[in-house]
Design a protein around this ligand. Structure first.
Ligand code: NAI
Ligand code: MG
Length: 357
C-alpha cells in the first residue's frame, strides 16, 4: 500500500531534521507493507527565497488534498525585517488555518535515560508524562482587530484575545477524549481572575467536562501553572489551554525533558494532521550537523499514529528513540559528557535509529 505525505522542511535546521525523520518513517512503515511517498515543497524562509512568498496557494491546496503534513521549522534573522505577511512564520499560521488544525497535542515525556541530565532534580522530573492540549487556531494570535496606529504623538498597537464558546468546546472535547486514554485527569489553564475570554473558557470547559464524569477536571491560573510545572510536574496528566498560554507553557515544559530538541507535536482537526517538532529553526546551529533530530522523528511517530493509523509502526519509532538513548547516543543539546554516552551528529543519530528499527 502506498501513502502520500507532504513534507515542508522549511529553513534553518528544518531540512536536516526532516530528512532524518522521513528516513526513519519510511523504514518503520516498510515491515507493514506501507510505502511512504513524499511530496516536498518550499516553505517559510525557503519559500520566500525561492518562490517569493512564504507559502504558495498550490502548496496549501496540496496539503489539504493529502491531509498529512510533516513540517520542519521556519524563521530566522535573515527574514526578520520583512513585513509580517512575508515572514516565514506567516506560512505556519496560514497552513494551520487552512488545514483547520485547531488541536495541538504536545506530549512531554521525560525519558528515563535523560532524567539525570535535566537542570532540575531527577526526583522531581523522573516519571513525568504530560499531554498538553493547546488550542491552535484562535485566541490572540488570530483575533481581530489587530493594528498599529499613530495617535496624539504616540504609537498604539492592538491585538485581540478572542474565543467563542464553540471553539472552546471542541478543543475541550479533544482534551477529555485524550484523558480517557490516559490517567483521566484534565487541568484547564486560564487567567479567569483577569480575562473575560478566560471566564468563557472556564465555563465552556465545565460544560464539556460534565459529559465525561470519569475524568477529574481542575482549573489552574496560568501563572500558577508556570510555577507548578517546575515545582511538581508529576501532578499533571492532560493540560488543556488556549493558544498563547499553551505556546509559553509548552516551551517551559520542554525544559523538563532536558531539551526542546526532544519534543514532537501533532496538530489535528477536520481529518487533517500537521506534525512538527516544537522547536524552531535554530539558526545558531543550522548547517553544523549538530541538530537533535529526535523531536522531528517523534513527530513522524505521531503522524504514523494519527494520520496513517499505523499504531505499531508508531510504537516501533518510539521504542527506537528510547533505545538510542539507552545506548548512550546524544546530540550536543542533550550531551552532558557522562560516561557511557557518545556525542553524535544529526545524521548519525538517524543511522542509529534505523539500526534499532
Ligand atoms: P529555537 O527553537 O529555534 O531555538 C532555541 C534554542 O534551542 C537555540 O539555542 C537552538 O539552538 C536550540 N535548539 C532548538 N532546536 C534544537 C534541536 N533540534 N537540536 C538542538 N538544539 C536545538 O527558538 P528561537 O531561537 O526562539 O527561534 C529561532 C527562529 O525559529 C525564530 O525565527 C522563530 O520565529 C522560529 N520559530 C519557529 C517555530 C516553528 O517553525 N514552528 C517555532 C519556534 C520558533
Ligand atoms: Mg513557541
Amino acid at each position: 500500500m502506498k501513502k502520500t505525505i507532504i513534507t515542508l522542511p522549511g529553513d534553518g535546521i528544518g531540512p536536516e531534521v526532516t530528512d532524518v525523520a522521513v528516513n526513519v518513517l519510511k523504514a518503520a512503515c516498510l515491515p507493514f507493507d506501507v510505502e511512504i511517498e513524499t511530496i516536498e515543497r518550499n516553505f517559510g524562509g525557503s519559500g520566500y527565497d525561492i518562490d517569493g512568498v512564504p507559502v504558495t496557494k498550490e502548496t496549501l491546496e496540496l496539503c489539504k488534498k493529502h491531509k498529512s503534513v510533516l513540517l520542519g521549522a521556519v524563521g530566522g534573522p535573515k527574514w526578520e525585517n520583512l513585513s509580517s505577511e512575508l515572514r516565514p512564520e506567516a506560512a505556519l499560521l496560514a497552513l494551520r488555518r487552512e488545514l483547520g488544525v485547531y488541536a495541538n497535542l504536545r506530549p512531554i515525556r521525560v525519558h528515563s535515560a535523560l532524567a539525570g541530565a535535566s537542570a532540575l532534580k531527577e526526583e522531581i522530573i523522573s516519571g513525568t508524562d504530560i499531554l498538553i492540549v493547546r488550542e491552535l487556531t484562535g485566541g490572540i494570535y488570530f483575533g481581530e482587530p489587530r493594528f498599529t496606529v499613530e495617535e496624539n504623538g504616540d504609537t498604539f498597537s492592538v491585538d485581540t484575545m478572542k474565543y467563542s464558546r464553540n471553539e472552546v468546546r471542541r478543543i475541550a472535547r479533544k482534551a477529555f477524549e485524550a484523558a480517557m486514554l490516559r490517567s483521566k485527569k484534565v487541568c484547564s489553564v486560564d487567567k479567569a481572575n483577569v480575562l473575560e475570554s478566560s471566564r468563557l473558557w472556564r465555563n465552556s470547559v465545565e460544560e464539556i467536562g460534565a459529559e465525561f464524569p470519569e475524568v477529574e477536571l481542575t482549573h489552574m491560573l496560568v501563572d500558577n501553572c508556570a510555577m507548578q510545572l517546575i515545582r511538581n510536574p508529576k501532578q499533571f496528566d492532560v493540560i488543556l489551554t488556549g493558544n498563547l498560554f499553551g505556546d509559553i507553557i509548552s516551551d517551559e515544559a520542554a525544559m523538563l525533558t532536558g531539551s526542546i530538541g526532544m519534543l514532537p507535536s501533532a496538530s489535528l482537526g477536520n481529518g487533517n494532521g500537521l506534525y512538527e517538532p516544537v522547536h524552531g529553526s535554530a539558526p545558531d546551529i543550522a548547517g553544523t550537523g549538530a541538530a537533535n533530530p529526535l523531536a522531528a522523528v517523534a513527530s513522524a511517530a505521531l503522524l504514523c499514529r494519527y494520520s496513517l493509523q499505523l499504531k505499531e509502526a508508531s510504537e516501533d519509532i518510539e521504542r527506537a528513540v528510547q533505545a538510542v538513548l539507552n545506548q548512550g547516543y546524544r546530540t550536543e543539546d542533550i550531551f552532558r559528557g557522562r560516561s557511557g554516552t557518545k556525542l553524535v551528529g544529526t545524521h548519525e543519530m538517524g543511522d542509529k535509529l534505523i539500526r534499532n528499527l
